[in-house]
Design a binder for this molecule. Structure first.
Ligand SMILES: C[S@@+](CC[C@H](N)C(=O)[O-])C[C@H]1O[C@@H](n2cnc3c(N)ncnc32)[C@H](O)[C@@H]1O
Length: 284
């Protein structure tokens, strides 16, 4: 048990990425609110605004502000990541409507404690929000989800995705709130709240370890470039176990070891993923 007299361990800074140092904003819109959004985004991130046509060679990536959406485009580096559509958060087009998408038997939903023919919907704190896909899936079935993302570029994409998703499906979007910051700090803050104000479930999806056979989608490869490999995920698990009132759920590749820490007593398996469940039980 932590000694209440000793100060909490310092929170190490999030791993910074090379891409962040060589990032700019490109505004490809004539619409005044979008131009303002692009300027605000550049200011927030502390990066310059440039024209695509006159872009200096040193930039490796650009956040492109178009009429409709914000996307991250890789400009240099690995061939497979350059060109085509940029990476954006596309929440409203996720499959939550087809039989399979709507199924309450999806492993992620089972893992957070949802059962068919049972109206219980846990409150969830998703501390590794990324582009918000898992957040959206949980909110689409009725969970209220607080989502946290530490990487400022990913957070900008997430905020833009949620803005657009709110136009398409305000009911689901209305169950989500997002914050930018380190998940461990957010967890430590929430762990001090009364039990009733703490989340039922803490959900973790740190970057998967890169194995020889890891085949990642373009979006995930770009996320890995901008936010690193999340080598500090075990700190998240420890803090999550102090905060959730019902359970902690960790998404892992099917054959990877669990995060360092206690052995998860329950596992829900999908085709290539699994969800390790750490019940927390009755506390205080
Ligand atoms: C694999 S992605 C998550 C994908 C997400 N579940 C989705 O459905 O889009 C992992 C994300 O967690 C973020 N992350 C890792 N450690 C974090 C921490 N301590 N606090 C906040 N965010 C963190 C990374 O920046 C990265 O964007």
């Amino acid at each position: 048990m932590a000694n209440p007299a000793s100060p909490p361990p310092p929170v190490p800074p999030a791993p910074q990425s090379a891409a962040l140092k060589n990032l700019c904003v490109i505004i490809r819109s004539e619409i005044t609110p979008r131009i303002s959004a692009g300027d605000a985004c550049a200011k927030e991130l502390g990066v310059p605004v440039h024209e695509l046509e006159t872009l200096p060679e040193r930039f490796e990536a650009a956040l492109v502000v178009a009429d409709l959406r914000l996307e991250l485009r890789m400009l240099r580096g690995e061939e497979a990541l350059i060109g085509g559509h940029g990476v954006a958060s596309e929440l409203a087009t996720l499959d939550t409507k087809s039989g399979a998408g709507r199924s309450l038997g999806q492993p992620i939903l089972k893992a957070i404690g949802i059962k068919r023919r049972n109206p219980y919907r846990p409150s969830v704190l998703d501390v590794t929000a990324g582009l918000g896909e898992d957040t959206w899936v949980m909110a689409s079935v009725g969970c209220v989800v607080s989502a946290c993302e530490r990487n400022p570029v990913t957070y900008a994409l997430l905020a833009d995705g949620l803005r657009r998703a709110n136009e398409a499906d305000p009911k689901t979007a209305g169950r989500i709130d997002i914050t930018q910051g380190d998940g461990v700090s957010v967890l430590l803050e929430r762990s001090k709240l009364d039990r009733a104000d703490r989340p039922d479930v803490v959900y973790l999806d740190p970057m998967f370890p890169l194995g020889r056979k890891t085949a990642e989608r373009k979006a995930m490869r770009v996320l890995r470039m901008i936010s690193g490999d999340d080598p500090d995920a075990d700190r998240l698990l420890k803090a999550a176990l102090e905060t959730a009132t019902n359970r902690v759920v960790v998404k892992r590749p099917l054959r990877s070891p669990p995060l360092p820490g206690p052995v998860p007593p329950v596992v829900h398996k999908g085709k290539s993923l699994r969800f390790d469940v750490y019940p927390v039980g009755a506390k205080q």
